[in-house]
Design a protein around this ligand. Sequence first.
Ligand SMILES: Nc1ncnc2c1ncn2[C@@H]1O[C@H](COP(=O)(O)OP(=O)(O)OP(=O)(O)O)[C@@H](O)[C@H]1O
Length: 847
Amino acid sequence: MATKRKGSVSELSKTSTSTKRAKPDVSSGDDADDDDLEEEAPDELEQGALSRVMDKFSFAGSRERSHIPVGDAVSRLFKRDELSFLKMKPDHESRPMWINPRNGKIILESFSPLAPAAQDFLTAIAEPLSRPTYLHEYRITPHSLYAAVSVGLDPKDIVAVLDRFSKIPIPSEIVQFINGCTGSYGKVKLVLKHNRYFLESSDMKMLQILLKDSIISEQRVITDGADDDGITKESAPKMGALVIPGTKIAAGVAQGQQVTQQNMVDGEDLPQGESAEELFATVTALKEGEEDDDDDEEADAVHSFEVIAEGVEKVQKQCLTLGYPLLEEYDFRNDQRNANLDMDLRPQAQIRHYQEKSLSKMFGNGRAKSGIIVLPCGAGKTLVGITAACTIKKSVVVLCTSSMSVVQWRNEFLKWSTINPDQIAVFTSENKERFRGDAGIIVSTYSMVTNSRNRSHDSQKMMDFLTGREWGLLLLDEVHVVPANIFRRVIHSIATHSKLGLTATLLREDDKIQDLNFLIGPKLYEANWMELSEQGHIARVQCAEVWCPMTTEFYQEYLKETPRKRALFYIMNPRKFQACQFLINYHEGRGDKIIVFSDNVFALAAYARKLNKPYIYGGTPQQERLKILQNFQRNELINTVFLSKIGDTSLDLPEATCLIQVSSHYGSRRQEAQRLGRILRAKRRNDEGFNAFFYSLVSKDTAEMYYSSKRQAFLVDQGYAFKVITHLQGIENLHGLAYDTPAERRELLQSVLLENAQNAEVNSIEREADGGFFDRTRGDWRGKAGGGSGGAMVKRNAARLSGLSGGDTMAYVEQNASANRRIKAAPGVQNKFMKKLKNDAVKKARG
Ligand SMILES: Nc1ncnc2c1ncn2[C@@H]1O[C@H](COP(=O)(O)OP(=O)(O)OP(=O)(O)O)[C@@H](O)[C@H]1O
């Protein structure tokens, strides 16, 4: 392909994070950033079910005046993150972290030799907030502590290890907070043994407290061998090692050990007087299993009582209300009732270290814990799910967001595991088959399972099959995109012993992110994007925001419009068009394969047509989509494809190495991360010096600037630096530059003005043929099974100026002056309101 490569795109002036952008004046809820709710959560504690229970625990004295630093002139700029008032330990230089007593934030020096060990430990006990190059920020929250306890960490070990790493003595507020939160977490487990539900605890008193509650005691089953309280005592099971297929490590040992041992390097720069062994001894003490003190009988004992299966949900809710959230675990090795599924990983499957780590959190004590694993796009969540299924070896339901993913999941199961193809079936609108034998796998979509309206006979039969039996594992893909109420429906209709949620970002469209902790389970593991990219598991990406000045005519129209209708002007800005053309040209010349994203379907088609490139949106028939994508992958002449937001997720295009965004969903950090994910899996990622490119084209001085910086927040926190390109050098010399003359630009403006206002919505609803979508106006998940017609939901009406003035539905007929008289005289033309007005006037005149 002939290309002209004169310019370079490297005129980088400053990082976008340093740019202050005004929040656009948007009055409508639709325009508001989806993520606002999360960001404006109070500093100290998160909102949500758990936090309500945990309200009584907060950082004591967090609002006391004594904590407001008096410091120097600069100190006040740090506000609540000002730490200069803290007294440092004498050997603070060799310790890598600070802890803020006011809000539980932890700052880690990532260049410290102890950083890798500290990082692993922090990932287990705190939420990563931001992980750029030198300083990482975490925060201890009730949820993160819940997750820590769920992988076997003990509160006093948490405090002890924090103290070893910390430059300051651990503030008493933090100790209180940790003890307060964890005092009741993980003490009671809900265990399914031989298909009977038990509340289990090593602390007898805990069970006695619960049994005093009338709701819980009503659900209890008195079993043989129980004491007067109805509680049974047994020895804690000795955890035989459980080897997770494809990994070298054996699960069944305490997490703390794994958390630290893997990163322990003897003789590293440790604080004086402490050896590496000593440092980690606190977290390596086994909670269960072989190294427990044999003489300590009480510590080895496990107390339990049984509850009826139908009462489990009530008990779960009540325990949560009482402040003792139940940890869910599945003792699958002792499950005799559910048939085993003969399936293993294929020998060629070598689980990567971070996949292994995440799985060890799930199977840490030899049972399957329910929870969520967070790995960047392209890091191999599918294989993690498959390995979990191969470890449990019971029937599995996999739920994903589209029928395309359903096919991919089935193929991946066949590729990585030894499952018999007859034993893995799919349930979509086209396929409603069951597997052969007693145990197997069903792969389906959330919409197929939750949409009960207008179900076909076959679908209903399939649903009866899904709801009428027990499953060993429920694998939930892309948990961040599915609304919480859908999870509720899924979880209540499918009886499963364990749940594993997979996602790249725990950013949600609704404010129900915390609900996932209880609907699925706590976050078990979250990988560090930069680390995986340095190790070559995901591609290195250069991110840039390209500022495109608005042309005068477009800016004038932009300013005249209401905030809702402005989008089309900043998306269709001719300068943005030119930037897009230049970048495509430049990158095609380098041998890159390019995806251009536009949420707005009008713009998508306009850009693609003008630049003579193929495009795919919700309405593109399946055959055509496949043809375009195959050409993109194999045909040397097709190096650029334009995609609407249907390409945000589940699109496996490892050939793509460059991404350009021309329009996006407002300030959605989630979409930004998902889109970046399309190039993280680049095939060429391990080529020497390879870099993928991610460009966001932003019209200058418009609301888009604000949205763009919001969108980047998540990726910036993951360590990506967005460069700002204010001028694309050489653009003016590009041969055949689109909209180069005023006449062409005027023509473009006319076509934009003529576009129906409806198309100005960035958020045009579209969906895949049967993938389903979340209808925000109805607050519901809709899919084909729900009666929606197949195909695209995008409605593009050809419009005329009369449309803009509301005259579309009227027939215009020339009338002469006498027409008014005729109308006046015609009987029955006055409506009730007019009659009333007339009558009132008459009455008034009569006094
Ligand atoms: N351990 C492994 N060994 C070899 N290849 C792997 C391994 N893990 C994952 N892969 C490959 O990496 C690619 C990305 O994996 P996968 O599709 O599961 O990513 P993902 O995390 O689900 O991404 P997304 O969030 O975009 O859906 C796939 O081609 C997969 O086969």
